[in-house]
Structures are given as structure tokens and as C-alpha cells.
Design a protein around this ligand. Structure first.
Ligand code: PLP
Length: 453
């Protein structure tokens, strides 16, 4: 068989053609040419992060999410991105003996697992299945109740000292409520409200990675207008106002949700700038992570660049005029190729009636007779298309929720013109699997992936 060029549908990275390099170049020169910006940018940052960016982000997020009251900088801490923030949150707000479990909406973002393991939660991670509308709230309640019944009763933290700026939560719930990685599903409003109520009832912290929220567009192929307001409130917006929020009578002021935002998917992951939002008491706790107190807030210099670009409207323009149309076009080409070539073979996508879609991924369910792990291998060997099998998004140590017949396809990384070709190749492999034909001889690999995701 002739060797084909490899097509990578596994990498969840932004397209290099969409990186705002010229805007960043201008912002970097502006910041470094002005000592009132460059000096604080190059020195140790305050624990909470670069104050002008915290304020600018508060205004920007207010205009995007339109919460009942504006978002002030006291709710925001600058982070080194969602991954680094997750580690900080666990360092400050959990104790691996006292915190009973980590509950994931499953399928789950697989690279988060190790962050939890690094913080002592190996063996305590559990899957809560999603249905077509995202995390199943009945299953979540059952999991929380079971955990309260059966986990060892450690009444106090064992590994961490009491701290005036933090608390230790009994449970952690981790999810990506909007355009999830990997399932691409979006949790509807009623479930968001229920999730906040459950978190309050069980003393859980809900950590949401809201890193795809800005990347949304109409599912209708004939509509191309940009969408300049968020589809839904975040969990953190609901927790802020529901029944008096974190400061309601009897509550401790920390709240039960926190939102991780990031410039990784909309500007570039190499910048390593993100933000954490929560109640003012919670946001201050995040800033008190030991590494920030020693080294200063993360990403101090790049924060000065992002402050310029968000404040002068460049980021919004880039999102609405460049990213949304470009990713929408990729999404639509990939989704319609799937409908043309893979639906007739019995494959399907979730949430078919969603009016607004987005993110970086599509979650494809294969016919029941096709095992995704074998299928992914055959796609790579026989068709040189690299896809992610559902098994890598299963929660380690919990076999109760499996994804044996699903694969994740990323549409952000490869150019639009390769989408149809990729799906046609996948369909050829699927046809062979359905006919019971064994693997064909593997052609030569043209691409070596050092970091596959
Ligand atoms: C759900 C989710 N969280 C976090 C990240 C990583 O974000 P960051 O680059 O801000 O650490 C990703 C990237 O793929 C992601 O999909």
C-alpha cells in the first residue's frame, strides 16, 4: 500500500495559522518599552497576580458573561493556565485524607488525572457518567451519598495545617461544562443550578475548566455571525448569586465553585496565562499557594502583554473576527463529512439538536461491534489518521464507566482542507471493520508524535 501523509486529529492545540503573533509582538514591544509596565512585569508579581490584568479581566468577563453584578478584581487571581491552577487549587483546598473523593464528569479530560494523582488522590477518583446533556445529576447524588457512607471518617485534615486563608473541602467535582473536552457536550442551565446545590449540600468544590467558552458559533451552517455573549452562565456565576451566594447566612464565604479560564486556546498555550475566579475569599486563598508566595504570581511578564490586548479590544476582535469564523468552518466541514461518510455506517455525534456549538472537539460513537482501541490503531496503521480512543478518557481506577466504542476527533489543529480526506479514510477503515476484514499491512509512518495530545 502506498504511504499517505499523516493527518492528526488527536492534538488539542490551537492552529498555528490562527496564533495572534503580530498582536503579541506589538504588545510585547509596548510593554517592554515602558518602564512603568516593564519593571513590574520583570520583577516578582504580587501573590494575586498583575493587578491591571485582574481588573481588565473582570471587565472583559463581565461583558462576556453578563452576570447580575460586575466582576471585580477581588474575584480574580492570575494563574499559569488551567493546568497549573488545578494543581494550586488542590494544594490549597484539599487534603488527601480529609477530602473523600474526586468525582469526574466522564469521559474526562485525561491530562487532569495526573494532577490529582500528584496531590495524593490516586485510588480516590471516580467517574460520574454523562448522558446526552452532560453530567448525570442523579448519578452524581448517588456517588456523593455512597462516598459519605463508605469513606473513612477523617474529621480533620491529616497532611495539611489549618490555614486562615483556606478551607478543606470534603469532595471535589471536576468538569468542563461548556464544549467539553472530550465529549463536546454542554451542560444545560437546570443541571448547572442543580450541580451548585449538590455541591453546597455535600461540601464539595466544583472545579470547572471554562477554557473553551469563547469558542462558540451557531450550529446552523447558513449562519455565520459571531456570537459575542456567553451561551450560559458559568457554575461560578450561579454560585455567586443563588440564594445569596457564598456570603449567605450560615455559609463560610469560600463558595462551592471556581472557574479556570485560560488564554491557551484563544491566544497560545506558550503564554501560560490564565485566571481563576471564585468568591473574594476563595480567590485570595488561591493566591496563597506556597509557590506563588515564594516566586510571585505566575506569568507576570506575559500578563502585561495580555492586559494590553484585552484592554484595547484586540483579543475580542481576534476571537469574534478570526477564531470563531475559522473554527466554525473547520467544525462544520468535519461534522458534515461525518454525517456524509460515517453516519451511513452507524456512527453518531452527541447533542444533535444543540443550536450553539463550539470548542475544539467532536466525540464520535462507533457502532457497538467496533472496539475504539482497535479502531484507532487501524486508523493510524491503515489510513494514517491519528485519533484518540475513548479509553484514554476513562477515570483511572474506576471501571464502572467505559468508552469502548467512542473516539475523539480534534478539529482545531489541522487545516480545513484535510477534514474531508481524514473522514473518508476513517470511513474506509470502518467499512472494513464492519465487514469483519482483518487489519491490512501497515504502511510506513510519515509522522512521529512526540507529544500526541
Ligand atoms: C479541559 C482542559 N483543561 C485544561 C487544559 C489545559 O489548559 P492550560 O493550557 O490553560 O493549562 C486543556 C487543554 O487541552 C483542556 O482541554
Amino acid at each position: 500500500m502506498a504511504s499517505l501523509d499523516s493527518i492528526n486529529l488527536i492534538k488539542g492545540w490551537p492552529s498555528t495559522s490562527l496564533l495572534p503573533t503580530h498582536h503579541l509582538s506589538r504588545a510585547a514591544q509596548t510593554a517592554l518599552a515602558d518602564t512603568s509596565v516593564a519593571f513590574p512585569g520583570l520583577l516578582y508579581g504580587p501573590d494575586e497576580g498583575y493587578a491591571p490584568l485582574r481588573e481588565t479581566l473582570g471587565n472583559w468577563l463581565t461583558s462576556w458573561y453578563e452576570p447580575e453584578q460586575s466582576i471585580g478584581k477581588e474575584r480574580i487571581t492570575i494563574t499559569g493556565g488551567a493546568s497549573q491552577n488545578l494543581a494550586c487549587l488542590l494544594q490549597v483546598f484539599t487534603d488527601p485524607a480529609y477530602t473523600r473523593d474526586i468525582l469526574f464528569a466522564a469521559p474526562a479530560y485525561m491530562l487532569a488525572f495526573r494532577v490529582f494523582e500528584d496531590n495524593g488522590f490516586s485510588g480516590k477518583m471516580k467517574a460520574v457518567p454523562e448522558d446526552d446533556d452532560g453530567m448525570d445529576m442523579h448519578a452524581l447524588r448517588r456517588a456523593l451519598e455512597e462516598s459519605e457512607k463508605h469513606s473513612p471518617e477523617n474529621k480533620t485534615p491529616m497532611f495539611k495545617p489549618p490555614r486562615p486563608y483556606a478551607k478543606y473541602y470534603r469532595h471535589v467535582i471536576y468538569c468542563v461544562p461548556t464544549f467539553s473536552n472530550p465529549s463536546s457536550r454542554t451542560l444545560p442551565l437546570d443541571r448547572r443550578i442543580e450541580l451548585v446545590k449538590l455541591a453546597r449540600e455535600f461540601d464539595a468544590l466544583v472545579i470547572t475548566d471554562d477554557v473553551y467558552d469563547f469558542l462558540q458559533w451557531s450550529a446552523d451552517s447558513n449562519t455565520s455571525t459571531s456570537i459575542t455573549k456567553a451561551l450560559l452562565p458559568r457554575l461560578v456565576d450561579i454560585d455567586r448569586f443563588l440564594d445569596g451566594g457564598a456570603e449567605r447566612p450560615g455559609a463560610d464565604g469560600f463558595g462551592n465553585t471556581t472557574s479556570s479560564g485560560s488564554f491557551s486556546k484563544i491566544a497560545g498555550p506558550g503564554l501560560r496565562v490564565g485566571w481563576s475566579e471564585g468568591s473574594p475569599k476563595f480567590a485570595y486563598g488561591v493566591s496563597q499557594t506556597g509557590s506563588s508566595c515564594s516566586g510571585g504570581a505566575p506569568s507576570q511578564l506575559t500578563s502585561t502583554y495580555m492586559n494590553i490586548l484585552v484592554k484595547d479590544g484586540t483579543m475580542s476582535d481576534h476571537i469574534f473576527k478570526v477564531l470563531q469564523p475559522a473554527y466554525a468552518a473547520r467544525y462544520k466541514t468535519l461534522a458534515s463529512a461525518i454525517k456524509d461518510y460515517l453516519y451511513p455506517l452507524g456512527a453518531s455525534l452527541p447533542q444533535p439538536n444543540q443550536r450553539v456549538v463550539g470548542g475544539y472537539f467532536l466525540w464520535l460513537t462507533l457502532p457497538d461491534t467496533v472496539k475504539a482501541v482497535d479502531f484507532a490503531k487501524r486508523c493510524q496503521d491503515e489510513a494514517q489518521v491519528i485519533v484518540a480512543p475513548g479509553s484514554i478518557f476513562e477515570v483511572p481506577g474506576d471501571d464502572s464507566v467505559k468508552f469502548e466504542h467512542s473516539i475523539r476527533l480534534t478539529f482545531s489543529w489541522i487545516d480545513e482542507h484535510l477534514m474531508v480526506e481524514a473522514v473518508k479514510r476513517i470511513s474506509t477503515v470502518l467499512e472494513r471493520c464492519l465487514k469483519g476484514e482483518g487489519p491490512t499491512e501497515a504502511p510506513k509512518q510519515n509522522e512521529i508524535n512526540e507529544n500526541p495530545y
